[in-house]
Design a protein around this ligand. Structure first.
Ligand code: PLP
Length: 383
């Protein structure tokens, strides 16, 4: 097997298409809240309308049977969940609980003004396990946050029934699932609060921190607009406690251009994933599952192996970089352990997955040569 050097492993276009076509000058404003620009067509307002296109990419909401009126917001930066849960906390009692699967950043209890309660996950889909969530519910639970993890759109039917039964709000975490869909319904077009991250490494990534929330609820949209800008409806007026979660215009400009390429990039990711999955089908390494009806945009291509660490070392020795998303379930992190969260054994599936998961290289620019090289290496290891 030829050794792949770092230089050949991750080919990059000489000039990123976004940079090449970024309109100049970009209108850089300190605030994203700009009445003059609201409601203008996408091409005229490169800063912000990417979010609308994300939300409306599919264009219809099957359940509602009509085009949802999506009110997108751009909290930007890292406070997506914080902003949202604060919005809920505002409406309900002092410290609502929210239930969310153990993956990924969630911030602390103080940051949220709500206590996150972690559920276990399903071992095949890696999505939130509703049975586990049911065991966590208390009279103070107000919301549930399903995560469309790794880019695989989650089937939300069960969660929806559950949320109705317990009168919970659903807040979707689509940070890794731009352009993904379930039963042809685009993630973000459900009308519910759905959070997107545009962190640079995402399928749709800015050149710095950025994010968006979509919703069809105009009062939620109004509240989010206030929250993202220090609770301020007008200069020097503050009608509620908010935060600085505004989006830089330059990021919005970049995003609105990259958005045009998203479907193509997702298509390439899917093609690469299909190629690797079919080659690994009979190996001891388990490729990700793509269910009927569910789309996967392969933000990450995560396989399972009981010999994960050995496999990772072997691939590394052969010049193949891998990742673990994520090595420590949130409840076991120092931050939550200090807060007295349950220790090892509390969420067994999440804990087992953390030992077995491995993210293989996945990005649109992967070449056949690189894909085959990775496949060969994994199969060689598996023997
Ligand atoms: C699943 C998931 N949720 C939430 C986040 C947080 O996104 P941000 O850092 O843009 O707020 C991320 C980002 O990595 C993520 O992958």
């Amino acid at each position: 097997m030829a050794r792949i050097t770092p230089a050949t492993r991750a080919p990059q276009p000489e000039v990123h298409p976004t940079l090449a076509v970024c309109p100049v000058p970009v209108r850089v404003r300190r605030q994203v809240v700009d009445p003059e620009m609201e409601g203008r067509p996408q091409e005229e307002v490169p800063r912000a309308e990417a979010r609308l296109a994300v939300a409306r990419r599919r264009g219809s909401c099957r359940h509602a049977g009509r085009l949802p009126e999506v009110h997108p917001e751009f909290p930007g930066r890292v406070q997506l969940h914080q902003t949202l849960v604060s919005a809920i906390a505002e409406r309900v009692d002092l410290r609502p609980y929210v239930v969310l699967p153990r993956q990924r950043q969630t911030g602390g209890r103080t940051a949220y003004r709500a206590k996150p309660v972690f559920t276990d996950v399903d071992s095949a889909s890696f999505h939130l396990d509703v049975n586990s969530a049911e065991r966590m519910i208390t009279s103070r639970t107000r919301a549930i946050i399903p995560v469309h993890l790794y880019g695989r759109a989650m089937d939300l039917r069960q969660v929806t029934e559950f949320a109705v039964a317990y009168r919970l709000r659903i807040i979707e975490d689509a940070a890794q699932a731009h352009g993904s869909a379930y039963d042809d319904n685009k993630v973000g077009a459900s009308g519910r609060l759905t959070c997107f991250s545009f962190y640079p490494g995402k399928n749709l990534g800015a050149y710095g921190d950025a994010g968006a929330v979509t919703t069809s609820d105009s009062s939620e949209a109004h509240k989010l607009r206030l929250l993202r800008d220090h609770g301020s409806p007008a200069k020097y007026r503050h009608s509620m406690i908010g935060t600085n979660a505004r989006l830089d215009s330059i990021q919005a400009a970049i995003l609105s251009i990259k958005l045009r390429h998203l479907d193509h990039w997702n298509q390439l990711r899917r093609r690469h994933a299909a190629q690797i999955s079919s080659a690994l089908a009979d190996s001891p390494v388990t490729p990700p599952v793509v269910p009927a009806g569910g789309e996967h945009v392969f933000h990450l291509f995560v396989v399972r192996s009981p010999q994960r660490n050995e496999l990772r070392n072997y691939l590394s020795a052969n010049g193949i970089g891998t990742g673990i998303h994520y090595p420590v379930p949130l409840h076991l992190t120092e931050a939550y352990q200090q807060l007295g969260y349950p220790g090892k054994g509390a969420l067994p599936t999440a804990e087992l997955l953390a030992e077995e998961i491995l993210s293989l290289p996945m990005y649109p620019e992967l070449t056949d040569e690189h894909i085959e090289y990775t496949i060969d290496a994994v199969l060689n290891f598996a023997g």
